[in-house]
Every structure is written in C-alpha cells, then in structure tokens.
Design a protein around this ligand. Sequence first.
Ligand code: CDP
Length: 237
Amino acid sequence: MTELIKNGKRQDDRKPEEMRDLSIEAGVLKRADGSAYLEWGSNKVIAGVFGPQKCIPQHISNPYKAILKFRYNMAPFSVDDRKRPGPDRRSTEISKVSKEALESALILRHFPNTMIEIFVEVLQAAAGTRCASLTAASVALADAGVPMKDMVAACAAGKIGDEVVLDLAKEEDNAGKADVPIAIKPKSGDIVLLQMDGDLTPEEFDETLSLAKEGCMKVSEEQQKALQEKYEMEEGE
Ligand code: CDP
C-alpha cells in the first residue's frame, strides 16, 4: 500500500494543514425556505430548511420555543457499495448530534409551538460528510432567515502515519489512525460538536483540536461568502 503521507505531501498532494477545496452556494431550492449546496473535495451535499411552521405532530410542540428536526440522509448511490435506502444507526446518530450542535446557535424562543425542519441529502460521500452537512445546514438556516446567535462551522482533523492533518480524505479516513470531527460557533469559538475515532496521545489531541478549529474558521469564511453572494444577487435583481 502506498503511504498516506510522504515527505510532507499527502496522496492528493495536500500539505498536512491544507483543507480540500470547499465551495458553497446558498438559496438553491425553490420550495425550501432556505437552502444550500456544498461541494467539499468529492463530497456533494444539499440542505433544505422548512419553517418555522406548524408543528406536526402537535403533541411534540413546545409552548416556549420552536422544535428543531434534523434529517441526515445518504443517497444509495453516494458511496462505492450501494447504501441501503432509509435511516440506519449511523444516520440517526449524525442527525442527533447535528441537531444538538445547531440548537445552541439558533434563537428558537421567538417561535413557540412551531417546528423547523432541516433535511440534508448526501449525494456523494468521501469522508467528512457530517461536517459538510452541518456546514451546509447552517448556511441554509441563515438563508431561511432563522434568527441565529452565531453560525455553526464544522471541520475534522486527524492523524495519518505519524502526522496530524486537516480534513481527512476517504483513503486517509479508512487507513488513518484517528479522525476528530468538530463544529464550532465561529464568533464565540465555542465547540458544539466533538467526536473522535481512533487513538491520540493528549498532546496529539490538543494539536488535532487546534488544527480542526483553524479549519472551522476557514469554513466559516466560505459560509459568509456564500451568503453574501446570495444577497448581492438579490439586490441586483
Ligand atoms: O462521513 P463522515 O466522515 O462524517 O462519517 P463516517 O461514518 O466516519 O464515514 C466516513 C465515510 O465512509 C463516509 O463519508 C463515506 O464516504 C463512507 N461510508 C460508506 O462508504 N458507506 C456507508 N454506508 C457509510 C459511510
């Protein structure tokens, strides 16, 4: 097997602290209140936001705030081995942690008894889809005009060979030593999601975390750019 990192270069020619190319477009779905399409390396993800709207079923509504629903779904054709359609343990977990990460950034008390639904469809997957989904969902929520204290920007860092690297690609995720996806609120720097797969020493963990935070700040810039472009386009219409 070829080495994942050799002379400071990764298989896709990236430096350890380099992110895969990321592009985000806001407002891509006509029927959603807010939406975003994102390409991150080979990942392709689309997010749609609906609401605040009438809460269904009504008995789960909250008289003090809107409830948030998050559905992460991977298309059967998004991965090499066809994925069985429908929810599974992994998508349930990703939906849960993503919802909790976003909840802390949204101002939900303005919309009692309502629900806000977020649907994320992963069209093509190549490691890092939970970060891609959260990043797209956050742009879609802003596009929908849902009041937010802050955005949520996500990025992973991890370890391949003996090196800590940013934003693991598929081969690196498969054969690497550790993967640490995180999400932060860029204004406050608060961490709203942190997961870890693999083994790291405490020192390596600190290094991984700070690299992932730097990655999130770059992601945050792209999110702002996408929203700015959308509003500049609207002003020009
Ligand atoms: O996508 P993310 O890194 O957030 O989550 P993961 O569970 O660590 O999955 C890593 C990658 O494995 C995904 O991005 C997909 O490329 C791949 N995968 C797959 O090939 N088939 C699945 N049923 C699930 C994931």
